[in-house]
Design a protein around this ligand. Structure first.
Ligand code: XCC
Ligand code: SF4
Length: 649
């Protein structure tokens, strides 16, 4: 039975996407939305995690009649193995991205940077200190080389615990130690997990799930954290910066180039190259007014955070950007780039250019970056896009007017600075605001969109309600772009939409109530922020005690599974907008949704709509506040406010 086709308004929320999805329909272009509708009802066994394809006696499925696979694996084993493999997929993606950056840092340190350099020496030296690397009196290259080598060991180490986990609060480290989930080298965690999920190895669902948490920790506190740190060193630590988001950032008279994917190395070079006088000249000679570089997904977040490059959209707008008919080239690298892009592009003049040898797509032009001459390579790509400008068919172009202003760039360093000023940069004012009940807690809303649900709807409904209830919202990934498209990343929004306490703080500090902290690897910044809150004092000894929650409302990728898992293993409760594929086993569900809390202080909660999520989140925050003994003060504060209101009258 085929699923019924959804209306455009059931698929997307923002005006730009509505307009372009309509154009796609009129032009008979298949998109992820129509393909989602065309997929018949999804497999129940797959969805519940009880289909095992791990060996060739199978596939085996668990049914009331056959409660075990051929080898005797029961539902719990099969579900837990599948879950662990998803965590492995996510961890591998983030970490391999991190590894490439470390290798680049090493090249720069050795003097083979070929256009890349150490942009942020302060962060380099600060990081070196964190890891006990001598930096005083040494050149930045010497320090960078030691740091790069130390980071490489984080991937390969066989026996040593992951050093980066020592950046976590001490109590956190003890919790991990006591539960035997402190990760060793990242690569070892991934290989060991693949071994343990092979046919006939680890069958104890709890043992498998603990390994899932351990592997995820090697992502959040390892691969992702390293990716963030090295990106900051090479490309600069983000500072608040203004820009715009949504398809309206594309321009009618410029050559439009959209970068999409995750690794910032090439997009950074393209950002630099797009400003070069010879390139702008080249574009003008081709009859354009200049070049517009815009981003999709996390590449967008990376160059937005550091250069203010506008955002064309999030995950499910990648095809829509092409359907505008105004994109000369889409440059893709790794992760979240749909294999269907070239098919959409065929209807227009857009050229899809893949740039990473580990990620090729049939129908895309593959242009590898010349490692020895990165800037010239980037320029060649841009010239190729400019040459394509003349192929644009004006009759096929519709660029929506819709775009919203935003402020992004909230690295932990930037937040600290905004809160405390140059000389007293610290989280103290935030902790105080939480203790005084002006802010009730901090919620990280992260992750993807999903073509099976209405794009951005859950994310934005939840965000709005939380800031109204005096909760500070931290964002990354496509969830951050969702808020950007709603205009919620501007300080002005605070005045209009935030509750009184949160508004006071945001006004005083000059920040929006929704802070864009970067790409998906930058979820490590949320862990870092939580650590700062713990270290600042007054809100508990580890991340499980602070009033904080993580939410992945519309997630779709294995990376999101890994992220959610390292949040929970770090003691932070995580709300999922739709469940993991674990429902086929009560044991696994019980472990992840209940027992995990006993081990780490946080667990998973499934809330299928934003209203349920708000209630669950407020209850969790309230419980944490109660345990910290800061709720009493809330009553007093509320009384104060009532008194004041009387006076106002
Ligand atoms: Fe991909 Fe990072 Fe998800 Fe967006 S949020 S759809 S993973 S781009 Ni990471
Ligand atoms: Fe079936 Fe066991 Fe093989 Fe899985 S590992 S496919 S349950 S026989």
């Amino acid at each position: 039975m085929a699923k019924k086709e959804r209306s455009i308004e059931e698929c997307v929320t923002d005006a730009a996407s509505v307009e372009i999805l309509r154009k796609a329909q009129e032009e008979c272009i298949d998109t992820c939305f129509s393909r989602a509708d065309a997929q018949s009802v999804q497999c129940k066994f797959g969805n519940e995690g009880i289909c095992c394809r791990i060996c060739y006696m199978g596939p085996c499925r668990i049914t009331p009649k056959s409660p075990c696979g051929i080898c005797g694996a029961d539902a719990a084993t099969i579900v837990a193995r599948n879950f662990l493999r998803e965590v492995v997929g996510g961890t591998a993606a983030h970490s391999d991205h991190g590894r490439h950056l470390v290798l680049r840092l090493k090249k720069v340190a050795l003097g083979n940077g070929s256009g890349y350099e150490i942009k942020d020496e302060r962060t380099l030296r600060y990081t070196a200190c964190l890891y006990g690397i001598e930096e005083a009196g040494r050149s930045k290259e010497e320090v960078a080389l030691d740091l790069a080598n130390l980071f490489l060991k984080e991937f390969t180490s066989q026996e040593e615990k992951l050093k980066t986990t020592t950046l976590a609060p001490l109590n956190q480290q003890n919790i991990w130690h006591n539960n035997h989930v402190t990760p060793l080298g990242i690569d070892r965690m991934i290989v060991e997990s693949m071994h343990r999920t092979h046919m006939g190895v680890d069958h104890d669902y709890k043992n498998l799930l603990l390994q899932a948490f351990r592997t995820a920790l090697s992502d959040g506190w390892g691969g992702s954290r390293i990716a963030t740190i090295v990106s900051d060193i090479l490309f600069g630590s983000p500072q608040p910066i203004r820009s715009n988001a949504n398809l309206g950032v594309l321009k009618e008279k410029t050559v439009n180039i959209v970068v999409h994917g995750h690794e910032p190395a090439l997009s950074e070079m393209l950002a630099v190259a797009s400003q070069a006088p010879d390139i702008i000249e080249y574009a003008k000679n081709a009859g354009a007014d200049g070049i517009t570089l815009a981003g999709i997904c996390c590449t967008a977040n990376e160059i937005l955070m550091r250069h203010g490059i506008p955002v064309a959209g999030n995950f499910l707008q990648q095809e829509l950007a092409i359907v505008t008919g105004a994109v000369e080239m889409m440059v893709i690298d790794v992760q979240c780039c749909m294999p269907g892009l070239p098919e959409v592009a065929r209807a227009y003049h857009t050229e899809i250019v893949s740039t990473n040898d580990i990620a090729k797509t049939i129908g895309a032009t593959h242009l590898t970056l010349d490692e020895n001459n990165a800037l010239e390579s980037a320029k060649q790509i841009l010239r190729r896009a400019i040459d394509n400008f003349k192929q644009r068919d004006p009759a096929k172009v519709i660029i929506p007017a819709e775009k919203k202003p935003l402020v992004a760039g909230f690295s932990v360093e930037a937040i600290k600075y905004m809160l405390g000023g140059t000389y007293r940069a610290s989280f103290r004012p935030l902790n105080d605001a939480i203790i005084q009940n002006r802010i009730l807690g901090v919620v990280g809303i992260v992750g993807c969109n999903n073509a099976r649900s209405k794009v951005d709807n859950y994310i934005n409904t939840l965000t709005k309600e939380l800031i109204k209830r005096n909760v500070l919202v931290l964002k990354t990934g496509c969830a951050a772009i969702a808020s950007a498209k709603q205009g919620m990343l501007t300080p002005e929004t605070a005045l209009e939409q935030a509750g009184t306490g949160l508004r006071e703080v945001c006004e005083a500090v000059g920040i929006p109530p929704v802070l864009h902290m970067g790409s998906c690897v930058d979820n490590s910044r949320i862990l870092e922020a939580g650590t700062e809150i713990v270290i600042e004092g007054g809100l508990g000894d580890d991340l499980s005690q602070i009033p904080a929650v993580g939410v992945a409302p519309e997630w779709m990728s294995e990376k999101a599974v890994a992220i959610a898992s390292y949040f929970v293993a770090s003691g932070i409760d995580v709300i999922l907008g739709h469940p993991f594929r674990i429902q086929g086993s009560q044991e696994v569900t019980g472990f992840l949704e209940k027992e995990a809390a006993g081990l780490f202080g946080g667990s998973f909660h499934v809330c299928e709509n934003p209203d349920a999520a708000v209630e669950t989140i407020m209850e969790i925050l309230n419980n944490k506040r109660e345990k910290l003994g800061i709720n009493k003060k809330m009553e007093r504060k509320l009384m104060d406010m009532k008194d004041r209101r009387k006076l106002d009258v």
